[in-house]
Ligand binder design. Structure first.
Ligand code: BJW
Length: 297
């Protein structure tokens, strides 16, 4: 389309001041300045790992040790990261505006640690720190777990992500993206040393995140539905996300249909909302951690 977005901060501030119902769709770019890699950006996780292989139930069935090593590393990095000024600015907006809802795709725990008021933060893709029995039908066990490492076998002695290109180089397989070759670069972890369910004692535990092909948590989807049914939405802010993953990305169009203006905050000017720019949209280019405190003050 020929529409270009508004980049004027004063008009954004005017609209925010008049707003009572605002959504924020959050993605990995929000946590980038906390030192956590994004998924698809430069140096992102999915460039060096074949995350399609790792973030699926099939990968876990095939090689739970590899998948647990990946998530053990992610848990370790997230626990050692701190919420940045953008996480805090969003939590403060939530305190001021009861009709504000943050919908986070992130599983790193940083928005929860910035203390959003209860009920104003929905974790669309679960959390690295929810750990659950793989059998949610018969067993159903779920716990909150911040242990690092979660089991001794998942300690990372080198402090280096064992599934990076460097690790593959070390294994003399620099070009390979084959799961079995990546595996040769990893310390060997036996399935018996992975975390097992303390309730049924039969099945493995797994990270409580939403993998490809899995449904988002029912309670979270119900909360989003209820918010959407409640009427007009003034604005949806789309912050640090490529907005390519369904169904999170579809909330942008849903909000537009309820009258919302769209405000994108992203490092990359090529990352447009699904369907492109529309009249009245805003775009602020740069680091969310620098921009959001100014935008939301
Ligand atoms: C900055 C910045 C800075 C950088 N400041 N900005 C084909 C077509 C259409 C759909 C499908 C399809 N095949 C499969 C599907 C469905 C699939 C899907 O959408 N796939 C697409 C990839 C095409 N979706 C699903 O499978 C979902 N489930 C589902 O559909 O279920 C159906 C169902 C219903 C009922 C019963 C059963 C089933 C589930 C999707 C779950 C996604 N999970 C993941 C992994 C979570 C665990 C983990 O973390 O390991 O969630 S995938 C990954 O992507 C992760 C993220 O939350 C999500 C979004 O990524 P995000 O946050 O946008 O990151 P990036 O890296 O992509 O973008 C970062 C952005 O930040 C960039 O724009 C940068 O420029 C920017 N940035 N630094 C500001 N400092």
């Amino acid at each position: 389309s020929t529409v270009s977005p508004n980049t004027d901060l004063a008009s954004f501030h005017d609209h925010l001041k008049k707003s009572t119902r605002v959504l924020a769709l959050l993605g990995a770019g929000l946590s980038a300045s906390s030192g956590l890699p994004t998924f698809r950006g430069k140096g992102g996780l999915w460039r060096t790992h074949d995350a399609m292989l790792l973030a699926t139930p099939e990968a876990f069935d095939e090689d739970p040790a590899l998948v647990w090593q990946f998530y053990g590393h992610r848990r370790h990095m997230s626990l050692n990261a701190q919420p940045n000024p953008a996480h805090y600015a969003l939590a403060r907006l939530a305190e001021k505006m009861p009709g504000f809802q943050a919908l986070s795709q992130n599983v790193d725990g940083l928005s929860p640690r910035a203390n959003h008021p209860p009920g104003q933060l929905q974790l669309l893709h679960g959390s690295l720190f929810d750990v659950k029995c793989v059998d949610q039908t018969k067993c159903g066990y779920i716990e909150i777990n911040y242990e690092d490492p979660i089991v001794p076998a998942l300690a990372m002695p080198t402090g280096v992500d064992p599934t990076t290109d460097e690790a593959r180089d070390a294994a003399n397989n620099p070009k390979s993206h084959d799961i079995s070759d990546i595996n040769t670069a990893l310390p060997k972890v036996e399935i018996k040393d992975l975390p097992f369910c303390p309730k049924c004692s039969q099945h493995l535990l797994r990270p409580g995140v939403v993998w490809f092909g899995e449904a988002l948590p029912k309670k979270v989807l119900n909360n989003v539905d209820a918010y959407m049914r409640d009427g007009k939405i003034d604005m949806i802010m789309v912050i640090g996300t490529g907005a390519k993953v369904y169904p999170a990305s579809s909330f942008i169009g849903d909000a537009r249909e309820l009258g919302a203006k769209v405000c994108v905050v992203n490092m990359d000017a090529n990352d447009r909302p699904p369907g492109g720019w529309q009249e009245g949209d805003w775009f602020f280019e740069g680091d969310a951690a620098e921009l959001l405190p100014k935008m939301l003050e």
